[in-house]
Design a binder for this molecule. Structure first.
Ligand SMILES: [Cu+2]
Length: 113
């Protein structure tokens, strides 16, 4: 119970301090284990953001930049095509700008069995 309360408090602090930098959810979810490589990844941000760079790292391959296409304006939901390589672990790292001009960044991982 005490742990839960601490977690809730920390979450509330994180939300107020970094409201502009929060990813509500990604597809796949962080830590997901999938049977097949997805054709797309998507980001669902808590507030509008302009993505500037998204990079995929597969296993120990060099990082590859994903094509943002025409998705260059401020919005909350982005879907990017992914060229998967095969079974293994994928890390997606993103950078962007919040509407207040702050630089934002984050990452998530998933595994293909
Ligand atoms: Cu900010």
């Amino acid at each position: 119970m005490k742990l839960l309360a601490t977690f809730v408090l920390l979450s509330a602090l994180a939300t107020s301090a970094f409201a502009h930098s929060r990813v509500d959810s990604t597809t796949p979810e962080n830590g997901a284990v999938l049977a097949e490589v997805p054709n797309n990844i998507s980001f669902n941000f808590a507030a509008d953001i302009r993505l500037t760079r998204v990079v995929m790292t597969y296993e120990d391959h060099p990082a590859a930049r994903l094509d943002l296409g025409a998705q260059t304006s401020f919005k909350r939901v982005f879907t990017l095509p992914l060229e998967g390589i095969g079974a293994g672990s994928y890390r997606i790292e993103w950078r962007g700008l919040g509407e207040d001009g702050h630089a934002m960044q984050g990452d998530f991982m998933f595994t293909v069995d």
